[in-house]
Design a protein around this ligand. Structure first.
Ligand SMILES: NS(=O)(=O)c1c(F)c(F)c(SCCc2ccc(C(=O)O)cc2)c(F)c1NC1CCCCCCC1
Ligand SMILES: [Zn+2]
Length: 257
């Protein structure tokens, strides 16, 4: 088990006992109410650099008992859309069950089948551990997953390895690929707000970008995602999303009208 978290991870209602930030007023995820988002024309398209990795570059893919995490090299960077430079740390997924959707953010209370998070840290800090507690420390790109008619070749590069990491803390190395293929084609339609990690320690250090365009996986791919991984005592790892948190005094910006 990871040395970070009290295990078994207490249920969300108890998180604040061990991690007071989880009871803060800038928590994530949130419901995005499109009636009250603020159109902000100054929000520039998100630009990525170094996201296309050669197959010769092997990446660690781990079942950490809460999600599947792909560790990313710092050579991947956000080059536009944020005021400061952010470099990649890892990406991971949130999902539901065979019968229920499992995205973390919702839009007008619609929950999508799943959600990808690509986590980056602000390079003005030494490393991500130093950044993770700072208000401008992290930038997470969120992408909604939906079920569509065709297999998604980019997600397949992750999903085809899930059978090798069924057990908690199992890890395998996978060949690099174009990580940008996991994101929508259109990176200039997005919501933007200040929030937090959606797991303990819930630090309020995330500048969130949630893309308006979704990505499509096949039914078989989604079913593989929700039925491959196990958590403690060999239970299926499902519904690994946090309930939506109050917005309090925050506004959600939109890069489009
Ligand atoms: N949505 S999110 O970004 O808040 C998020 C989650 F919701 C997550 F659920 C997770 S996984 C749960 C936390 C965890 C557990 C074990 C290990 C380990 O064994 O290495 C590591 C982490 C998870 F890893 C992340 N992202 C991590 C948050 C924890 C550490 C900070 C920087 C990396 C991003
Ligand atoms: Zn996440």
């Amino acid at each position: 088990r990871s040395h970070h978290y009290p295990f078994p991870m207490p249920d969300p209602g108890q998180w604040a006992k061990h991690f007071p930030a989880c009871a803060g007023n800038m928590q994530s995820p949130i419901n995005i109410n499109t009636e009250t988002t603020i159109f902000s024309p100054q929000l520039r398209p998100i630009q990525l650099s170094g996201y296309s990795l050669p197959a010769s570059q092997m990446l660690a893919l781990k079942n950490n008992g809460h999600t599947v995490v792909l560790k990313l090299p710092e050579s991947l960077a956000i080059a536009g859309g944020y005021a400061q430079q952010y470099r990649a740390v890892q990406l991971h997924l949130h999902w539901g069950s065979p019968s229920e959707p499992g995205s973390e953010h919702t839009v007008d209370h619609k929950r999508f089948a799943g959600e990808l998070h690509v986590v980056h840290y602000n390079t003005k800090y030494e490393n991500f551990k130093a950044a993770v507690t700072q208000p401008d420390g992290l930038a997470v790109l969120g992408v909604f997953l939906e079920v569509g008619p065709r297999e998604n070749p980019y997600y397949q590069q992750i999903l085809e390895h899930l059978h090798s990491i069924q057990g908690e803390d199992d890890e395998v190395f996978v060949p690099g690929f174009n990580i940008a293929g996991l994101l929508p084609d259109n990176l200039h339609l997005y919501f933007h707000y200040n929030g937090s990690l959606t797991t303990p320690p819930c630090h309020e250090s995330v500048k969130w970008t949630v893309f308006n365009q979704t990505v499509m996986l096949s039914k078989e791919q989604m079913s593989k995602l929700v039925s491959s991984l196990q958590t403690d005592d060999n239970r299926l790892l499902m519904n690994n999303f946090r309930q939506d948190q109050s917005l309090h005094r925050r506004w959600v910006l939109a890069s489009f009208e």
